[in-house]
Ligand binder design. Structure first.
Ligand code: ZN
Length: 187
């Protein structure tokens, strides 16, 4: 990422918007945006480092509510929400912080939610788990701020291996949402 070039281009955008890029509030804006992009679009350079712990257990593991922040590639506006991951281990389980990092790796880039969901599922699948199910719910600023404004959430789901067609799949989805309702009612 060439930050100097980004700074220059942001300055040009400000001018084209009819702004004065030298006024106090905007003077540092090109630099702030270059720094921001480096941080929030840093996923391209991230390694997910899926560390493995060995287990004899092959029960489904469910990790709910991994928060993500991403940028939609159509409008370069944020979308954010939660990812839920379920998988059937094949003698290996992943640390929760590693799964959080895996989501971050694919969220911190110009993205669409469907692809984010698939990429997380694919990477777990390639790690050799028996089945994977990834569910994401996102709130898209490009839907809220432009066109027909609405507050609906986008849900996406991707499944691989044994969780692709399995009665467990329905069970997992209802488990994710049933427990969530409980939490909501607890305030
Ligand atoms: Zn968009």
């Amino acid at each position: 990422m060439n930050k100097e070039k980004i700074k220059k281009l942001v300055r040009e955008i400000l001018v084209e918007l009819g702004e004065n890029p030298d006024r106090e509030g905007l003077r540092e804006t090109p630099e702030r945006i270059a720094d921001l992009y480096e941080e929030i679009l840093g996923g391209y350079k991230m390694d997910s480092e899926l560390e493995v712990q060995f287990t004899e257990n092959s029960d489904v593991v469910v990790v709910r509510e991994i928060q993500f922040y991403s940028m939609c590639e159509h409008h370069m506006l944020p979308f954010f929400g939660k990812v839920h991951i379920a998988y059937i281990p094949n003698k290996k389980v992943f640390g929760i912080s590693k799964l959080v990092r895996l989501v971050e790796k694919y969220a911190k880039r110009l993205q669409i939610q469907e692809r984010l969901t698939k990429q997380v599922a694919d990477e777990l699948h390639y790690m050799g788990v028996r089945g994977t199910l990834v569910l994401a719910e996102g709130d898209h600023m490009c839907m809220r701020m432009r066109g027909v404004k609405n507050n609906s959430k986008v849900m996406t789901i991707a499944s691989r291996g044994e969780l692709e067609k399995n009665e467990l799949r329905e069970h997992i989805v209802s488990m994710i949402y049933a427990t969530k309702k409980e939490f909501t009612s607890l305030g």
